[in-house]
Design a protein around this ligand. Structure first.
Ligand code: HEM
Length: 403
């Protein structure tokens, strides 16, 4: 089996769109990722994705961003504001676990701190399992820990959530409730569409676990990276701080930060047949093709000579997103892209109408509260993974009324 690597933006983009390349990054993370949307291929992938995108019907993003999330944000931040600060990674996980649990269809009946902490611990461990390929820990040990939390997720959260949705489905069949009264989440959508898909209970659990961790981990990291970049960029410059009063500009900053720090610094694919690939040349069937998304997102031919720098005002070719390939492209394009990244707003857009995305909403609020790093307790990198993530990110809230 040959191995190839490409790093040019356009070459990576073409490879991500190539239907004869199948997902290969999560082979090591099978314990979490086997049989979930991101690892399926061809017709099986298309059928599952067609059902799951139905969650987004009826203006889901607008509803979530304007109605559900502002409450989650205020409730989650309140204790940290009262304490004057906290670890932004913890805050990020609290915020995003609620987000992905809502989206996946995991009920949290008590809404207690203990319940949220348990769900966060489960989610973080599932994330560690999914990205096992980059783990610096003993793989067998991590897999055993993951199996243990999968069992906890099943008993405490998944089975009750499944039972409640099955009961609602039965009510819908007798006509006592309508489709519009069913929860708007992946689990409900999969149950409604399960005649087409025929998923077992075990497959449903895996899919829900995948959603829980995929969205939470990447969103929490995106928030932390974006705050770090913005604080470094604005520093002592008053004009720059003034620009950050505009949420549309903050959205540009988030997308620029996502470009520099893609949640998946690389994508791997396996060739399904012999082919020619731009940036490589001939590729044999079963060869592995590694896409360096970290470098592709810093390709000077696309982003300019200062591609390595955080420059939220850069101009881009019309066919390139400010976030580059951070949300993927083609067959496996991120389903949470609009939820997290929003829709790129033009300068001057009325923010009441704009769909800014969850990461921007969080960053806007953090900046409004005067979130700053702490010089004698600086952020630290995560040493359990070769991915360039933060392990701790202490912040204090300096705005008046924050504590
Ligand atoms: C800043 C946050 C996020 C980033 C950077 C991100 C990034 C990505 C990337 C790069 C992929 C494609 C991977 C590949 O091609 O191999 C992907 C796929 C996916 N993401 Fe996200 N993601 C984020 C948030 C979310 C959220 C919040 C959700 C759900 C609520 C989500 C759900 C998914 C799903 C379901 C897929 C698989 C799509 C498919 O295989 O058809 N993501 N994401």
């Amino acid at each position: 089996m040959g191995r190839h690597r490409i790093a040019g933006y356009r070459d990576c983009e073409a490879a991500l769109r190539n239907r004869d390349l199948r997902q290969a990054l999560y082979d090591a993370g099978k314990v979490v990722m086997e049989g979930v949307l991101l690892t399926l291929h061809g017709e099986e992938h298309a059928a599952r994705r067609t059902v799951e995108v139905r969650v987004f019907r009826r203006n889901f993003f607008h509803y979530y961003e304007k109605e559900v999330f502002p409450r989650t944000l205020a409730e989650t931040l309140a204790p940290y504001l009262a304490a004057g600060g906290g670890d932004l990674l913890k805050i990020g996980y609290r915020l995003t676990v609620n987000l992905t649990a809502d989206f996946a269809g995991i009920d949290r009946p008590t809404r207690s701190a203990e319940e949220t902490e348990h769900l966060i611990a489960i989610t973080r461990k599932l994330g560690e399992g999914a990205t096992l390929v980059h783990s610096t820990r003993d793989h067998a040990e991590v897999s055993a820990e993951v199996a243990a939390v999968q069992a906890q997720l099943r008993e405490r959260f998944f089975l009750p959530s499944l039972a409640r949705r099955r009961a609602l489905l039965a009510e819908r069949e007798t006509g006592s409730i309508t489709d519009a009264e069913l929860p708007r989440d992946v689990l409900m959508t999969l149950l409604v569409g399960n005649d087409e898909l025929g998923l077992s209970e075990d497959q449903l659990l895996r899919e829900i676990a995948f959603y829980l961790q995929a969205g939470a981990h990447s969103t929490a990291n995106a928030v932390v990276h974006a705050l770090w970049e913005v604080l470094e960029w604005a520093d002592e410059d008053e004009d720059r701080w003034a620009r950050l009063d505009d949420p549309v500009f903050v959205q540009h900053c988030v997308h620029e930060s996502l470009r520099l720090h893609p949640a998946s610094p690389e994508a791997w694919r396996t060739a399904m047949c012999p082919m020619q690939l731009a940036g490589i040349g001939p590729v044999a069937a079963q060869d592995r093709v590694e896409l360096d998304l970290f470098l592709a997102n810093r390709d000077a031919a696309i982003f300019g000579e200062n591609a390595d720098r955080f420059e939220p005002e850069r101009t881009l070719p019309a066919t390139v997103l400010r976030s580059g390939l951070a949300f993927g492209i083609g067959l496996h394009t991120c389903l949470g892209r609009e939820l997290d990244g929003g829709i790129a707003a033009r300068p001057g857009t009325d923010t009441a109408d704009a769909q800014l995305g969850i990461v921007t909403l969080i960053l806007v609020e953090l900046l409004r509260r005067g979130a700053r790093t702490i010089p004698h307790d600086p952020p630290q990198r995560d040493t359990n993974t070769s991915r360039p993530n933060w392990g701790r990110f202490p912040v204090r809230f300096t705005a008046k009324g924050a504590s």
